[in-house]
Design a protein around this ligand. Structure first.
Ligand code: 9G3
Length: 572
């Protein structure tokens, strides 16, 4: 492809609203252009990379015997009423009305649509199991779109759905997809982890895994063991603390509880400063409202409450931190001085609190705390468990000898065991061997196709620009001609291009009337892995061979360069 013809304009500077490197580089290198907040166009270079990602996904989906189909983005709102999700999703679900004033959703996902499709196509166990997938535009009206393609309002997703006759079948279908995801994320060159996750709103009955590309700007936090395979989203990562059953576990202080005046110590830090104690001596107590009922949660001062774990323990639909006035009303206390002693509401005590021997706790009186708290003596320990976020260095809950490391991650894939959540609501049933009507057992499997583009750039770049893995690069070789008026150079460039393209190598040739410096800067931005610079030495049929990833340069013959390409690219 001649670069002078390519719809490509590189930017010297990053637009100010691009906060992360992948957003900056994809704008500067001319891969994407923003049309509106969270809405992007892919320019020719961008769509070429997107196609490579899709092709890899299709190969691995087809390899797994999943069948591709394509569902509409416009979804009758009736389906969302049938599934009961019309009420669950608010402004994030984009809605439109047609000319007859009928309401539709712009699809954020396709559980309802695929289930309504399959219920009309399959009604016998003989036609199961089946896994169907699509690669299709999704719409989610994010409140704060940001980071370019990482959190956009219109994005490309591969979503697959499996239908089985029983749970063993689902376990098998799930495993097939899970293994395919490992192959896909490896082939696109991502450093990722598969982590145990919380089923969240979708409420699958059987568990779920998220695939996280490691990146400091990732919105999710994962905990991974340094020694074994254990890895979990922070929401789900287990704090490996044996909950002591007996209370003679620790030499507890015997001094009487003493109320002390602690003015202006609303936060742990202020309390630590005022009393000159270690935060690990403090019984941090927070008030939550779980399905409208107030509950207190106590964790050690150096830990944070894990609301998902609390919600699950309480089997609650909703959980939220109590507002100021709720604190005053329900326990006549003040935020910052809440303590577990004497509360008449359920108190959930995290197991790590049991390591406190001479504790400090809020006295439920403004500006007062208790000291000499003896956890066994003074606390109601009916509800003890794991209610905290794990921290760096916690022991691994699986292998006992490893410790947990925390990483930030970008969610690029998510697989769920749905069970009958949708097949029951939408009557997707089949007749089993004995003629009994059963609800199909479903799984669903998503990959953020456009998000992968950004995740790869986050992991593959340097100060000069993008560095594409060979599997994704828009072109394999970038040929740069220094003097386009020099026939010898142009001839050699054309000859090399023809030789390479004959072997299926995709070449971008920079024959623009630009200064060399501009060409090199642009080439560094674009991120094409191999570059051949054709200059004065063309007269001796020599070219400069540049490998973008090492920024290495060496003068070799044109034939040797063709050979290099064969070695490096053809075997890919
Ligand atoms: C909505 C809106 C946003 C949503 C959903 C529904 C996320 C929604 C979860 C999923 C689960 C799986 C199939 C592919 C893999 C992920 N955001 N989810 O259901 F109406 Cl506005 O999408 N779906």
């Amino acid at each position: 492809m001649k670069q002078s013809k390519l719809l490509l304009s590189t930017l010297r500077e990053s637009p100010s609203d691009a906060e992360v490197i992948s957003h900056q580089l994809m704008l500067r290198a001319g891969y994407i252009r923003q049309l509106a907040a969270g809405v992007y166009a892919y320019l020719p270079l961008g769509i070429k990379v997107l196609q490579r990602i899709q092709n890899i996904i299709r190969e691995e989906m087809d390899q797994s015997d999943a069948q591709e189909l394509l569902m509409p983005a416009i979804q009758p709102i009736e389906l969302w009423k049938e599934s009961g999700r019309n009420e669950v999703y608010g402004p994030e679900l984009m809605r439109i009305s047609d000319r007859h004033n009928r309401e539709f959703a712009l699809g954020p996902t396709h559980e309802e649509v695929i289930t309504s499709l399959v219920r009309n196509e399959i009604n016998s166990y003989r036609r199961l199991p089946v896994t169907l997938y699509q690669i299709q535009t999704k719409f989610r009206d994010e409140r704060r779109p940001r980071f370019g393609l990482l959190r956009s309002r219109e994005f490309l997703m591969k979503d697959a759905y499996s239908f089985d006759t029983d749970w063993e079948g689902l376990d098998h279908s799930y495993r097939i997809m899970y293994d395919a995801y490992h192959r896909i994320f490896t082939r696109v060159g991502l450093n990722y982890r598969a982590v145990e996750a919380d089923a969240g709103a979708i409420g699958g009955e059987g568990g779920t895994h998220e695939f996280m590309a490691l990146a400091d700007i990732g919105e999710d936090t994962i905990a991974a063991c340094r020694c074994c395979e254990y890895a979990a989203n922070l929401e789900k990562a287990e704090a490996n603390q044996q909950v002591p059953t007996s209370t003679d576990y620790n030499p507890q202080v015997l001094a009487d509880l003493e109320q002390i005046h602690t003015p202006h110590t609303r936060t742990i830090e202020e309390l630590v400063q005022f009393l000159l104690v270690d935060s690990r001596q403090i019984l941090k107590t927070l008030l939550y409202i779980a399905d409208n009922a107030p509950i207190a949660v106590v964790v050690r001062g150096d830990h944070d409450v894990n609301e998902i774990k609390v919600k699950q323990y309480m089997n609650a639909e909703t959980i939220m931190l109590a507002e100021l006035e709720q604190v005053e009303q329900s326990i006549k206390s003040e935020v910052g001085y809440i303590g577990p002693i004497g509360l008449m509401i359920p108190i959930l005590v995290d197991a790590s609190v049991l390591t406190i021997t001479d504790g400090i706790a809020g006295a439920n009186v403004a500006n007062y705390h208790y000291r000499h708290v003896n956890v066994a003596r003074d606390l109601n320990l009916t509800h003890m468990g794991d209610f905290r976020n794990v921290v760096e260095g916690d022991p691994c809950p699986r292998c006992e000898q490893g410790t947990l490391q925390l990483h930030r991650g970008i969610e690029i894939g998510h697989v769920f065991k749905l069970g009958t959540k949708y097949s029951e609501k939408l009557s997707a049933t089949f007749l089993d061997q004995s003629g009994r009507e059963q609800a199909m057992i479903m799984g669903c499997y998503g990959i953020g196709v456009s998000r992968i583009l950004s995740a790869v750039v986050e992991q593959h770049h340097d100060d000069q620009g993008i560095i594409w893995p060979m599997a994704l690069t828009p072109y394999h070789v970038h040929i740069i001609v220094i003097s386009i008026k020099d026939d010898v150079q142009m001839e050699l460039a054309k000859h090399m291009t023809a030789q390479l393209e004959k072997n299926g190598v995709e070449v971008l040739i920079d024959e623009r009337d630009e200064r060399p410096g501009v060409k090199f800067k642009d080439s560094d931005l674009l991120g094409i892995p191999y570059r051949m610079v054709i200059g004065k030495d063309a007269i001796n049929r020599n070219v400069e061979w540049v490998e973008r990833i090492h920024n290495s340069k060496e003068l070799i013959t044109a034939d040797a360069a063709i050979q290099r390409v064969r070695e490096n690219i053809m075997q890919q």
